[in-house]
Design a binder for this molecule. Structure first.
Ligand SMILES: [Zn+2]
Length: 307
C-alpha cells in the first residue's frame, strides 16, 4: 500500500453544479451517510433521493427551501436502499419515481429494526424511518422534461443492486449516479452484481458526462468513476483466484490486499462483496440468490474489529 495515500476531506452541504442543479453532499461517505440532489424548474422542484432518517432528510429539505420555495413535485429514488428512500415521506405530495424492482425490493425488505440501528449507529436517529414506495415505475429509461431541460432516468441492469437508476442531465453533462459510484467508502455489491456493475460503469462512461454526483463521497469527474471501477475490477479478479483455490469467503476476505482502498471507510464490506462474488461465480442471479443481510452485517462488524 502507498503509505503516502490519505483519504481527502470535502465540504458538506448544497453544492451548485449548474444554474438550477444542486448536489447535496454529506461530509461522511460511510454507512447511511448518502448524497442527494435537486433540480429547480420554472414551476417545481425535482429531488433525487431522500436520506436514511427523518432528521437527515428534513435538514436536506430545509436546505432546498433556502434555495427555492417552489413545490417539490417529483422525487426520484436511485435504488431501494434505506439511505436513499427511508425519508421519502418527508416530501409529501411528491410523486415518487423509481425502477419497478426498487419499488418491489423496498416493500419486500422494509425498514430494518430501528432500535438496533440506533444502537449500531448512535450518531443517527432512525426513529420514524419508513417505507414509502414509488408511484411511478420504469424498467429501462424515462425522460423527465423540466421546462426545456431533459433529465434521463436510465437503468443499465444489475449493478450495485438489481434496481439502480442514474439521473443523466445531458445538457449540463452531469450524472447523479446513485450508488453506482462510491468514493472514499468501499463500494458494496452485496445485493447486486460485480460483472453487471463493471459493465454499467462502461456504459455510464460512454455518456461522456463531466460531473458525477456519487451516492457516497464528494462530487467528482471521470477520475472518481475510475477509482470506484478499479476497486470493482481488483476485487473481482483477486476473488476469482481464491474462489478457484477453494477458499472460504472469510479466508478470501482476509487474504485480499486492497492496497490504498484499505484506507477508505468500511473496508469490512469486502466480506459482503466476496459473499456476492462466490454466488456470482457459481452463476447465481442476485434477484433470486439473496444474502441474509442481518447475518452478513454481524459478520462484517466482527470482521471490522479484526482489521
Ligand atoms: Zn445503496
Amino acid at each position: 500500500m502507498n503509505a503516502e495515500y490519505t483519504v481527502p476531506t470535502w465540504e458538506a452541504g448544497v453544492k451548485q453544479l449548474a444554474p438550477n442543479i444542486y448536489a447535496y453532499i454529506q461530509a461522511k461517505a460511510t454507512w447511511y451517510w448518502s448524497n442527494a440532489g435537486f433540480i429547480v424548474g420554472k414551476d417545481y422542484v425535482v429531488v433525487v433521493d431522500s436520506l436514511a432518517t427523518v432528521g437527515l432528510t428534513q435538514k436536506f429539505k430545509d436546505e432546498i427551501r433556502k434555495v427555492t420555495d417552489k413545490p417539490i413535485r417529483f422525487l426520484i429514488n436511485t435504488h431501494h436502499h434505506g439511505d436513499h428512500t427511508w425519508g421519502n415521506h418527508v416530501f409529501p405530495g411528491a410523486s415518487i419515481i423509481s425502477h419497478n424492482l426498487c419499488r418491489h425490493e423496498l416493500i419486500a425488505t422494509g425498514v430494518m429494526d430501528t432500535g438496533l440501528l440506533n444502537t449500531v449507529f448512535p450518531d443517527l436517529d432512525f426513529t420514524g424511518a419508513a417505507v414509502t414506495p414509488s408511484h411511478i415505475t420504469i424498467e429501462k429509461e424515462l425522460t423527465l422534461h423540466i421546462d426545456d431541460q431533459e433529465a434521463k432516468l436510465i437503468h443499465f441492469g444489475q449493478g450495485h443492486t438489481i434496481d439502480d437508476l442514474i439521473v443523466y442531465l445531458p445538457r449540463e453533462d452531469i450524472i447523479f449516479t446513485g450508488d453506482l459510484i462510491f468514493l472514499y467508502s468501499m463500494p458494496l455489491a452485496m445485493e447486486g452484481s460485480f460483472a453487471g456493475w463493471i459493465k454499467n460503469m462502461g456504459l455510464m462512461t460512454e455518456l461522456g458526462a463531466k460531473t458525477y454526483v456519487p451516492g457516497h463521497g464528494p462530487v467528482c469527474d471521470k477520475e472518481g468513476l475510475k477509482e470506484c471501477l478499479d476497486y470493482l475490477v481488483l476485487v473481482q479478479k483477486e476473488a476469482r483466484k481464491r474462489f478457484d483455490k477453494g477458499m472460504t469467503t472469510d479466508e478470501a476476505a482476509k487474504d485480499i490486499d486492497l492496497g490504498h482502498y484499505k484506507k477508505w471507510a468500511n473496508p469490512e464490506r469486502i466480506l459482503a462483496n466476496i459473499e456476492r462474488l462466490w454466488r456470482e461465480f457459481r452463476g447465481e442471479d442476485p434477484a433470486t440468490s439473496k444474502l441474509d443481510v442481518v447475518d452478513v452485517f454481524f459478520r462484517m462488524a466482527t470482521f471490522a474489529t479484526g482489521i
